[in-house]
Design a protein around this ligand. Structure first.
Ligand SMILES: [Zn+2]
Length: 270
């Protein structure tokens, strides 16, 4: 967490409030969260830059700068990018602060300090290891089908592999598998064509619905304006151990796959 829908929601919020603004002043209170590029402090490197765009790649928020460089931000478990109004107090755990023209402040907070904001040079292939965007035109049924060939890994573990499909985490993997009625521990290569079609549709559908509801706040996720998401009220299996399946009424079970809690319905997901 946060996964694709949460980062997408954050990025859309940031796009509304920081694009076109100039970075006037930068405070790095915890250096590992905004590592300095070689030979120059992070604050010096980005002060004076104008923000030209904000986009998402996988689970990363990418703040594009007029020089062609970008600030690639990974929120990891508990990171937050929050826009503050003038004189509004910093969020707890704010370790990097970008003061922008017009009095806007962008705070990068992370209580667990795993998050990172990295300055990336133009053309630097920082995302070369990331797979296809599941909401892009490149994620077709055929592409998905060929990705699964000869893959013996459980389908749920496959969905979490950012090198194959970028942006899906534990919540949406569980939800998509339930929607497609696929057993999470099934080897990827063992899915038949109808199951692959259902799962492809479910991945796109679940991510789209979660973006529409501005993400899932099962923990401390908030968007760029500090607001909680709404998809936690629409979850079918994730975190619902023992509660009745909304499709068949049997209790939701929890198993562990690759060290991750996996919620599913043994009756519906064969
Ligand atoms: Zn069920």
């Amino acid at each position: 967490l946060p996964e694709l829908p949460e980062v997408e929601t954050i990025v859309r919020g940031l796009a509304r409030s920081i694009v076109g603004k100039t970075i006037r002043r930068v405070q790095v209170r915890l250096e590992k969260m905004a590592p300095a590029p070689p030979g120059i402090p992070f604050a010096h490197a980005v002060t004076g830059e104008r923000i030209t765009g904000v986009r998402r790649r996988g689970k990363y928020a990418v703040i594009e700068l007029a020089s062609g460089r970008s600030l690639v931000t990974s929120l990891r478990m508990t990171g937050r990018l929050v826009v503050q109004r003038p004189n509004e107090p910093d969020f707890p755990g704010t370790h990097v602060v970008l003061d922008l023209s017009g009095g806007t402040r962008l705070g990068f907070a992370d209580l667990r300090t795993f998050g990172r904001m990295r300055l990336v040079e133009p053309g630097e292939p920082w995302d070369a290891g990331l797979g296809v965007e599941p909401l892009s035109s490149g994620f077709t049924q055929e592409a998905f089908m060929s990705m699964l060939l000869k893959r013996t890994t459980p389908i749920k573990v496959f969905l979490l592999d950012q090198r194959r499909i970028a942006g899906i985490g534990n919540i949406y993997a569980c939800e998509a598998l339930w929607e497609a009625r696929v057993n999470p521990s099934r080897p990827a290569q063992a899915l038949n064509k109808p199951a692959i079609r259902r799962l492809h549709h479910a991945v796109v559908d679940v991510l789209g619905r979660a973006i529409d509801m501005r993400g899932t706040s099962v923990d401390d996720y908030v968007d760029a304006d500090g607001l909680r998401g709404g998809f936690q009220n629409a979850l079918s299996v994730y975190g619902r151990l023992g509660e009745p399946c909304v499709r068949c009424g049997k209790p939701i079970v929890r198993t562990v796959l690759a060290q991750r809690g996996t919620w599913w319905c043994k009756n519906c997901q064969r």
